[in-house]
Design a protein around this ligand. Structure first.
Ligand code: PEP
Length: 247
């Protein structure tokens, strides 16, 4: 039985004043029957982790470098995230793939570094609108899965997030059938590559314009084990109903 996960990606949003939203979430959801994770910007990780200490809320990063240390100005290693209090990291988000030319090979190396540091790697995959319209969605997802997930993946250290690029921050979402088709495909691919034990234990999140109004419908889809939420994770009043819909 896979435990559900509600993960929030604050992206490049948030200063210390916004930790009040995290505090409100912590208080409201202690004892939640699902795993909870917020990934704030690097600058807030230590303070966020301290704030969440003793609560049922974990903190994660939004990226890490593939190397353990070295001459990489401006970058952060997986070990540094762990040291700051993070237990997870989002990797291969479509904004990183687009803004920083991250390939799936790079994402795989980063995920390997995350595993080595003991972090949960949330590996994102997703097709562009043009690929969806050309009916190439499953080819794209299949390729991203093969190249982005390292052999070290297990159900304990890896989560896959299906995030169609055209649904992120747009208010557009695939239909439940379209989400189900992709999630079932990902599950089958994972089972083929890693065997039934690991393949069935990796959690699959949907991400892309999840909000209170559509969460229950999305969570009812087969092989959806939770959500990776951007905009609607910034305010406790927006994220709480999504968490409740998952419980
Ligand atoms: C995301 O950033 O991963 C995301 C899904 O964003 P949003 O929920 O705002 O579409």
């Amino acid at each position: 039985m896979r435990r559900k996960l509600a993960a929030g990606n604050w992206k490049m949003n948030g200063t210390r004043a916004d930790l009040a939203e995290l505090e409100a979430l912590c208080t409201a959801h202690d004892g939640a029957d699902v795993d909870l994770l917020i990934c704030p910007p690097f600058t807030l990780i230590t303070a966020a982790a301290q704030l969440c200490d003793g609560h049922d809320m974990r903190i994660g990063g939004q990226d890490c470098h593939m190397a353990a240390s070295g001459a990489h100005t401006g970058d952060i290693s997986a070990e540094m995230l762990k040291d700051a209090g993070a237990s997870a990291v989002i990797l291969g988000h479509s904004e990183r793939r687009a803004d920083h030319a991250e390939t799936s090979d790079i994402v795989r190396a980063k995920a390997r570094a995350a595993h080595d540091a003991g972090l949960l790697a949330i590996i994102c995959v997703g097709e562009s609108l043009s690929k969806r319209e050309a009916q190439n969605t499953l080819d794209i997802i299949g390729g991203q899965l093969s190249s982005s997930i390292p052999d070290s993946a297990t159900g304990e250290n890896t989560v896959v997030a299906y995030e169609p690029c055209w649904a992120i921050g747009t208010g557009l979402t695939p239909t439940p059938d379209q989400i189900g088709d992709v999630h079932d495909f990902i599950r089958t691919r994972l089972e083929k590559r890693f065997g039934a034990g690991i393949g069935r234990s990796v959690r699959l999140l949907y991400g892309g314009s999840v909000k209170a109004g559509n969460a229950a419908e999305i969570f009812a889809v087969s092989n959806v084990d939770g959500a990776l939420v951007g905009g609607a994770s910034l305010k406790a009043d927006d994220f709480s109903p999504i968490i409740k819909a998952l419980e």
